[in-house]
Design a protein around this ligand. Sequence first.
Ligand code: MG
Length: 401
Amino acid sequence: MIVDYATATDPGMVRTSNQDSLYADGKVFIIADGMGGHAGGDVASKLAVEALSEALAGGTSPEEAVSAANQRVFEAASREPALEGMGTTVTMAVVDDSSTSVEILNIGDSRAYLLSGGELSRVTSDHTFVQELVDAGSITEEQASTHRARHVLTRVLGIGTHVEADSYLVPVRDRDRLLLCSDGLVNEIPEKQIAELLAAGDLSTAAASLVDAANAAGGNDNTTVIVIQFSIAAQGIPVPPTGRIELTRTAIAPARPEPRALPHFSGQIPVPIPTQLVERSILTHPVVRLIGFLILLSVLLSAVILAVSIYVNHSFFVGVSRHQVTIYQGRVGGILWFKPHAVDYTGVRLDQLTQGLRDQILHGVVEPSLPKAKAFVHNIESQAKAAKVAAIPASFLVATA
Ligand code: MG
């Protein structure tokens, strides 16, 4: 089976960064759509794609590669606080030269579609809250496409110690086209348009026109596509029977697929993990993040100002004003724009005091409360009377406030 392919990726019309990652080498094709903040989403999708491609190049099975990638992303998030909670979707196709089937693995809401005989079929099932509602018959596919919780994922690679991928074995015919795409495509344009663009022109044209169409429709998310075309007859491998291949999701991947041999991969669609629901698009939107940051900043500033105000209003010191000992409310020298103000001109003249007391008071004597400050003044007044110190030159007197 000969495989040709083309890829295209774009940050879209709204976002400044592209947190999608892709890999394609003719045998392995991967799309990962990261999440977890500005840094996290980018790192998660890149790490996942690296780990998957390395593991597959080393000869491991796709399922083992998924396990290795999950471990790498989870461990990186555990080591670095800024990356905590990061994760990624993964949709991966692995081509076997000797087979006319393609193995596809999926975690999250990136998708795989097969265009065969002019008809588009969705291969993967999204791991989203709304997909569960669709599967349960609670809402239609059309309602799901506009549901406000459509971005809530129920399965993500890298946010736990273990993750299971859905696995599909997809039979392909000569000239069939397989599309892997991130949700930036399917959230912007309908499947009918996807089918038309996927079929038109060469592979590079198809890939570019899909991304362009997503951007033209709004481009609210990063969009990434890999378009793959199979040539089977050219290599003499038996071609599947002619006629339309029935390709419903249940045909290629039963709702409860047969368990596979690998011990860590049950092949069954696991129960979603409600505690790990991840709302991706709203919380990571730059404007929402900026507003959140500004609100947090204003709350913190208000708290600091309130704390300083309380601190200042409960602070007193004994200083000098108008050549007499004066009690001030506030801190010596002031804090921010909270300047100290006189609350009691005591009538005790500075020149009545000893040199040591004058020096202390000129620098400000801090007292924990107004009564304590008054007690201090009363005390030095008593000392002054006892000492009967001589008056000092007025030029010595310096006001502290
Ligand atoms: Mg996306």
